[in-house]
Design a binder for this molecule. Structure first.
Ligand code: SAH
Ligand code: SF4
Ligand code: F3S
Length: 437
């Protein structure tokens, strides 16, 4: 008998990529591969990549450079590139780095076994199509092993919004929603295997509309009927798809957690127009007010880009003003990175030091808001879903309804349970507490 072949996957980018990697691991494990966390003993190294900013895309080539000598020392080792760089660059990756044996785009993962076999025979193995079939129908969930109290479930992929800076509509393709019946069956299966919380994933998750017209709100309502499923989240949403039904659901459905990631990118109408966002700063603020009217304690999270071509100091101050008006619980902010093939790529860039200075100012403000949000939790008692053991012995870590990591002293047996926790202190990115009676 030959020893099982070993697989190593490295992942960059968003939660969608993290989830895709889990599914690729599960599918290949079912086919006899053994997962290893050491690239040097792997027979197949798969890099699941992100194309969103230049830095993210370039990391792939430096990683490939590191893998090359490993491959030279291990005859038969294969290197594959998956994810959004694979989709964006295709066979070009092999020209730039000949050590690469296979290239697979995000919608073709169910074809991996066939691609691996082709690559092993030394044949061309590039698949960057957008096939009609649903890859998830052919990618099993991991069987047995670790219980996962908080699981991801992809319900929608792709984007039709075409923001002027963004590669996602090109790398993930058009908006496609999975049929509600399939999503519900998958959710039931997750719950049967220990999931207590499910996060519905989509590049524009609130644009979800299945072939029968089921909306995200209707889908969540049906999922909330699953016994044993205690918490539902969804991410990422677009302001223009945040409809009344979904907003009302935040008031009505206790299983829907009080947290919303709603990127705005800029607070300047001029820049929002140049970004092709199709909403103004005032539209966004009105939306936030309606959401807060429905669910006053909701934590709002956002994404921001600073230094977009044409951004003046006054535009940037509009962004700071919007941030002050909203009060974010959490946020991600980035310096604009021109991406090949996007409409903004040819526009004259801002001086690097101007963009860097603005990013630092924005991040200081957002960090302040995040700190005061964390601080506001101290002294309160809240339900925490425990997910894993802590870094120190005798600790368990869970999540608050507002997505904060919460660390308490307690037994590992708590993993998978929701228990009240009295919060005693706020750390920079987490809360500390003790189990309450
Ligand atoms: N579909 C999601 C995720 C998009 S990518 C959404 O619409 O929010 C995540 C974030 O990366 C974006 O919200 C944006 O803030 C940032 N981003 C996208 N393209 C970028 C670019 N070219 N330069 C810098 N940041 C970018
Ligand atoms: Fe990118 Fe805009 Fe689509 Fe989000 S909505 S994925 S930022 S194009
Ligand atoms: Fe990156 Fe692709 Fe996600 S570009 S952010 S991995 S959709």
């Amino acid at each position: 008998m030959t020893a099982p072949k070993k697989l190593h996957i490295r992942t960059w980018g968003c939660q969608m990529n993290v989830h895709d990697s889990e599914r690729m691991e599960a599918a290949l494990s079912a086919g006899g591969w053994q997962v290893t966390d050491r690239a040097e003993e792997a027979d197949l190294v798969l890099l699941n990549t992100c194309h969103i900013r230049e830095k993210a895309a370039e990391k792939v080539y430096s990683e490939l450079g590191r893998l090359k000598p490993l491959k030279a020392a291990r005859p038969g080792m294969l290197i594959g590139v998956a994810g959004c760089v694979a989709q964006a660059e295709g066979a070009e990756i092999m020209r730039r780095q000949p050590a690469v044996d296979l290239v697979v785009g995000p919608q073709s993962y169910h074809r991996l076994p066939e691609l691996i076999a082709r690559a092993a025979r030394g044949e061309a193995a590039v698949d960057t199509e957008f096939p009609a079939e649903d890859k998830f129908d052919h990618l099993p969930r991991p069987r047995g092993g670790r219980r996962q109290p908080a699981a991801f479930l992809t319900v929608q992929e792709g984007c039709d919004k075409f923001c002027a800076f963004c590669v996602v509509p090109y790398t993930r393709g058009a908006e496609v929603s999975r049929p509600a019946a399939r999503v519900i069956a998958e959710a039931r299966d997750l719950v049967a295997r220990g999931a207590v919380e499910i996060t519905l994933l989509g590049q524009n998750v609130n644009a979800y509309r299945d072939p029968d017209g089921v909306t995200l709100a209707a889908l969540i309502r049906r999922l909330a009927g699953i016994e044993g499923l205690a918490r539902i989240r969804y991410t990422t949403s677009h302001p223009n798809d945040m409809d009344d039904e979904l907003i009302a659901l935040h008031a009505e459905e206790p299983k829907l957690m009080p947290y919303l990631h709603l990127p705005v990118q800029s607070g300047s109408d001029r820049i929002l127009r140049a970004m092709n966002r199709r909403h103004t700063a005032a539209d966004y603020l009105r939306l936030i007010a309606r959401i807060r009217a429905a669910r006053p304690d909701i934590a709002i999270s956002g994404d921001f880009i600073v230094g977009f071509p044409g951004e003046t100091e006054a535009d940037f101050e509009d962004t700071l003003a919007l941030v002050r008006a909203v009060g974010y619980a959490q946020a991600f902010s980035f310096r604009y990175s021109p991406r090949p093939g996007t409409p903004a790529a040819d526009r004259p860039p801002l001086p690097a030091e101007v963009a860097a200075d603005r990013l630092a100012r924005l991040q200081a403000l957002l960090a302040d808001q995040q700190r005061s949000f964390l601080q506001s939790m101290v002294g309160r008692t809240m339900p925490v879903l425990f997910e894993k053991a802590g870094r120190e012995a005798g600790q368990v870590v869970g999540r608050s309804p507002w997505l904060h990591p919460v660390v308490v002293a307690g037994p590992g047996a708590l993993i998978g349970a929701i228990r009240p926790v009295a919060v005693t202190a706020a750390q920079p990115h987490s809360l500390a507490g003790r189990l309450a009676a």
